[in-house]
Design a protein around this ligand. Sequence first.
Ligand SMILES: C[S@@+](CC[C@H](N)C(=O)[O-])C[C@H]1O[C@@H](n2cnc3c(N)ncnc32)[C@H](O)[C@@H]1O
Length: 381
Amino acid sequence: MKEISVHSGKEAFFSYYSTLEEKLQQGDYYYAFAFQSEYQSEEVRQFLKDFHQRLAVKKIDDRAIFNTTIESLAKQTYGDNQNIRLRFKDVKIPVGLVVTKDSLLQLGWQPEPFIVEIKNSVLLEHYHNFFLENWNTNEAIEFARQALARFNLSSPQESLQKINNLQDNHAAQMVADSIEAVEESWAHKHESKEKEFGQKLIGETIKLWSVPRTTAELLEFFVVATGSKKILEIGTSAGFSTLYLAMGASYTGGEVFTIENLAPKIQFAKDNFQKSGLDNIRLMEGEAVSLLDNNALHDIDLVFLDADKENYGKYFDLLIPKLRKGGFVIADNVYDYGHMMKDYLDKVLGTKLPNSQSDKRVKSYTLPMDNGIIVTRKIEN
Ligand SMILES: C[S@@+](CC[C@H](N)C(=O)[O-])C[C@H]1O[C@@H](n2cnc3c(N)ncnc32)[C@H](O)[C@@H]1O
């Protein structure tokens, strides 16, 4: 077996990629790419764009590390494909890299495209380590670790140890994926004769209504960025957002209290939390207002409101004394349900002018993403 071979010129480049694509489609390889000097030629650029989109649609993992100087070009190329995840990192990589099970490809584009295929085991190990070290996010590291395990390649401990406080949240991530997969199919016929939020008609079908993944990721990020430890969520549903809050809290040493009142969802959430492997979630069953009295709920760092919108104002009044100074309330759905949370908006969003009705203890920012998110910070007791 040749340990190093070179395929140069457009034809060789395209033909090598066709073979590679077949292997990748069989799922027997894992694939990553990192570009520094890509897309010198429009033809190559289009070819690679189509290639990555075909792979991504088939859900083959496809990640990138880019030098920031070509970030906008990459966004322009891949931005409209929901299945491709771009990671931007200012790493100086001389040329493109593709890592597969048993080879490493170095790609270049000047003056003609070329591929250097390396099968040397020492070099391979070096590059596998390189990816482990540079994909410095929990998810990416987990992905690389699994991929290596699948091919019986060991994950070098010292590489993993370099990643600060790496948490093994892979099971929780899988459960979150599975909730997303049942989002559209999960339905519960609610026969309550009372009119409640989301149950305007007797016998109405209720769904999960999990937040979009990007909102969930923002929650995880927010927990980590603010170092929040005591977190309260109102509105658990299947636990999708809870899992992200709890993954964030796994980094801060925190815990998540989450409240849900609908029995079938409680059961579903319990199963999901159990499978997630996370031990920092406390599910509280019942009506939110009556549960907020719980003794554990004081000095809260972060609240996520995602239940009955018409009661956000009431929750705010009850929770603001329990929130520590500097703590946050994040409220979802200002775009789609703003009309149902008017009193809440009056309290948190008003100006600071003397006649404003807003609560002077807080300051808010509206994030224009997904369903509209209001981040409110308690600035005074
Ligand atoms: C939008 S869903 C929550 C979605 C969840 N945060 C997620 O993103 O995965 C709202 C949930 O709040 C629950 N809920 C509504 N009113 C409630 C109340 N007063 N007390 C407790 N739970 C309530 C509903 O049953 C529903 O499951």
